[in-house]
Design a protein around this ligand. Sequence first.
Ligand code: GDP
Length: 366
Amino acid sequence: MDHIYCGGCGVRIQTTDKESVGYTPKSALNRENVLCQRCFRLKHYNEVQDVSIADDDFLNMIASIRKTNGLIVHIIDVFDVDGTLINGLPCITGDNPIILVANKVDLLPKSINKRKLENWLRAKAKESGIKVLDVFLISSTKRHGIAELGKALENVRNQEDVYIVGTTNVGKSTFINTLIEQSTGLKHAITTSYFPGTTLGFIKIPLDERSFLVDTPGIVNRKQFVHYVSKADLKLIIPDKEIKPRIYQLNPGQTLFFGGLARLDFLTGLQQSFVCYFSNQLPIHRTKLEKADDLYAKHKGGLLSPPNQGTLNTWPDLTAEAYKIKDGKTDIVFPGLGWVSMVDGHLTVQAHTPEGIPATLRKALV
Ligand code: GDP
């Protein structure tokens, strides 16, 4: 069989792996202009689809970014930093400078210390092998920080291309559309810049006569727990507004359940407040530690939901890890879900999180 190439992005068409680059259903092969599913959805439904990038295609993409001189904008979800930072990003992007953009800051409580947050993000990036030129906090939906970031990009990009890189669902499309609309007045830039013949899986929006803003496909990161959760549950888990802290006075021997998605046991320490920052829609249950296992076994998916029954099919088992906290106010972060701030820094807690997505500690942000 002769190979068929997508009339949009030029990628080789395949009909076997829905999740990979170039997929199109067999029934669509008879069309005059064959498009991969991603380009088809983009053209007809205004939707940008992410693909999990199979090794070969991924390497091709890597090669193409590494070979160019461009500015890399790594966009992450400030509410799920652990799940959306791309470990070892410079392996993909070579020596090109990287700017870290944390999107969705509108979800964080106003009382948050922005400077601390930026420092924490810088440290997190470093841990993931990413040296960043600068860190920006933005909200693409509320347009916070977009103008400032736009200016900075113009200053540092040296008239070179700008590559937007991120995992699924961080708000990459919203960000690009907002940025372009703000600077040129052009609405829905991603769809309107759908030019046939762009390079493999990339969407290019002209910035000036010689350079482009390049949108790369969202990278699927299995540590991002959005992949394990039903659509209905996601609505409850991902905040849609500023988070309102919920405060619990706990004694050692008490447990908090965050729906049935995660759990925090207070093992030792003095009575104190645990300040919980989760989506306002996510129910939190307090119980006795000694009853917690039973409660979970009996009521997960019911009283302890989300997860609902749909999510339970794919939801990994919870695994427990103990943390000894010694100094100062500390946050224990449940990646993608939220965090709990502990005021008195002398205690031990145990966090139960889905297998493979462990909790992490940081200096309290608020
Ligand atoms: P992509 O997969 O990275 O292209 O992400 P999208 O642009 O499709 O956005 C994913 C989800 O995040 C959508 O529901 C957006 O409305 C939401 N979103 C994007 N930017 C923001 C933001 O700045 N704040 C909030 N609260 N939600 C956002």
